[in-house]
Unconditional design. Structure first.
Ligand code: UDP
Ligand code: MG
Length: 433
């Protein structure tokens, strides 16, 4: 009797590449497998494509039906893998993602290797990694080598290049009460977190042969996550994998239509793509639609407004309008005339008035405009609620802000302002435990 390999394929909104992943399993020269497609409530297009493969009795499909606002609460693929392992019956377990393909001999080579070595429970192989740009063009390629027996596989061995026995997975379960650690802090390296658990029991044995190909698309979690700070600054336009665009306003996400983007003079090129789990972590706020012209207090913050026949320009922040003292102050903060939204006089009067004026940055009594970038002693800061939040250059670029727009603040002024929580991105590494 040939042993069964249980393959767990996690899926989320990659209709084009998941087809190739599934086909690569069907084309395996070793045919004693079962495939668990664990779909994390993907869009219709993806689900439809998966359905066309469900006639094969070896293929099983589960849909998590996860709600968007629950997505960020665990490392989703780890949660799905934990559910899947409980359903599998194979002697061996192997993982696949929707942006990876197995080469035809993968299962055969790995099963042979494990069958011949009774004391080995974990194997890994080499991987070809191909990077694609927005236009689907291959821009870079490299090989992840299988270098020796790995006592610390975390960070060195990919999710899709491993096969292990059920026996060792059950030992992990005994120790931890689950298989993969699905704590959301491991979104970036959930595989590494599990490899650490396996490595406590056994090293990974190498098969020095390329047995899978990983495709890195611009929409991959790793790439979308790069340099996105934990808290996204108010005033940032964001979108996830779907076409819907949201404005982060008072730390809520407000859906905004293309029409309103235009009417409120937002720049399309300022939209920042972020991973879905981070987007949906934000509570949904009032949508930005035509109604805001009837209820001007719902006009988003950090907009410049002005009545047609009046020279006064205001900045909205904290849902109030702040008068900008004069044109020099307007210029000093690098505000742009093109960004001003012209409104009816009576609409402007309906927006609550702040009794504070936005004055020159050199006037220490002045209130700082929210969302404006400052530079002082070669450090950058974003202003919110009259506090300065430090921010790194990489994060500034990622948020489509421009370092060239930063307002130079004299060092003597810096101590006038409290410092807020930095907008920073921290890449956690599990390379060494
Ligand atoms: N994934 C998921 N739920 C989500 C987002 C992603 O199950 O909300 C799965 C996805 O289908 C893939 C794995 O998590 O199998 C890793 O995602 P991705 O390829 O985007 O990330 P990266 O390769 O950059 O780590
Ligand atoms: Mg991936």
């Amino acid at each position: 009797m040939k042993p069964i390999v249980s393959i767990i394929l996690t899926s989320y909104n990659k209709p084009n590449s998941i087809v190739k992943a599934i086909e690569s399993v069907i084309k395996q020269t070793y045919t004693h497998w079962e495939l668990f497609i664990m779909d994390d409530n993907s869009n219709e297009e993806t689900v439809k494509i998966i359905s066309s493969y469900l006639n094969d009795p070896r293929i099983h499909y589960f849909n998590s039906q996860i709600k968007e606002n629950e997505r960020y609460k665990s490392t989703r693929y780890a949660t799905l893998i934990n559910e899947a392992i409980l359903k599998t019956k194979g002697k061996y377990i192997s993982y696949l993602t929707d942006d990876n393909i197995y080469l035809p001999n993968r299962l055969k080579v790995m099963v042979n290797f494990l069958a011949q070595r009774k004391n080995v429970d974990v194997v890994y192989s080499e991987q070809r990694v191909i990077y694609f740009d927005q236009n689907g063009k291959c821009v870079k390629e490299h090989i992840r080598k299988a270098q020796g027996v790995q006592y610390r596989a975390a960070g060195r061995v990919d999710h899709c290049s491993v096969m292990h026995t059920r026996k060792i997975a059950d030992l992990v379960y005994k120790k931890y009460g689950n298989y993969w650690n699905d704590d959301p802090q491991y979104w970036l390296n959930g595989d590494a977190a599990f490899w650490n658990r396996l490595n406590e029991l056994q090293p990974f044995h190498p098969i020095p042969q390329i047995l899978d190909v990983a495709w890195k698309f611009p929409e991959s979690f790793q790439r979308l996550n790069a340099n996105v700070p934990k808290n996204i600054p108010n005033g940032t336009l964001v979108r996830g994998l779907s076409n819907e665009i949201y404005l982060i306003d008072q730390q809520k996400r407000r859906l905004i239509s293309n029409e309103m983007l235009q009417k409120l003079n937002y720049k399309i090129e300022r939209i920042v793509k972020i991973p879905d789990p981070f987007l949906f972590k934000y509570e949904e706020g009032t949508p930005i639609d035509e109604n805001i012209f009837l209820e001007p207090e719902k006009i988003p913050n950090q907009r410049l407004i002005k009545a047609k026949d009046s020279p006064s320009i205001y900045l909205i922040q904290n849902n109030k309008k702040y008068h900008i003292k004069n044109i020099n102050v307007f210029k000093q903060y690098h505000f742009k005339v093109d960004d001003i939204v012209i409104l009816e006089e009576d609409m402007i009067s309906k927006i609550p008035d702040s009794n504070q004026t936005i004055d020159s940055v050199n006037n220490t009594k002045s209130i700082l405009p929210d969302g404006v970038l400052f530079k002082c002693n070669s450090q950058f800061y974003l202003a919110f609620n009259n506090r300065l939040h430090s921010i790194e250059k990489d994060v500034i670029n990622r948020l489509k802000l421009s370092v060239n727009d930063a307002i130079v603040m004299h060092p003597s002024l810096l101590s006038n302002y409290d410092k807020g929580e930095p907008f920073s991105w921290v890449k956690k590494s599990l390379f060494v435990k």
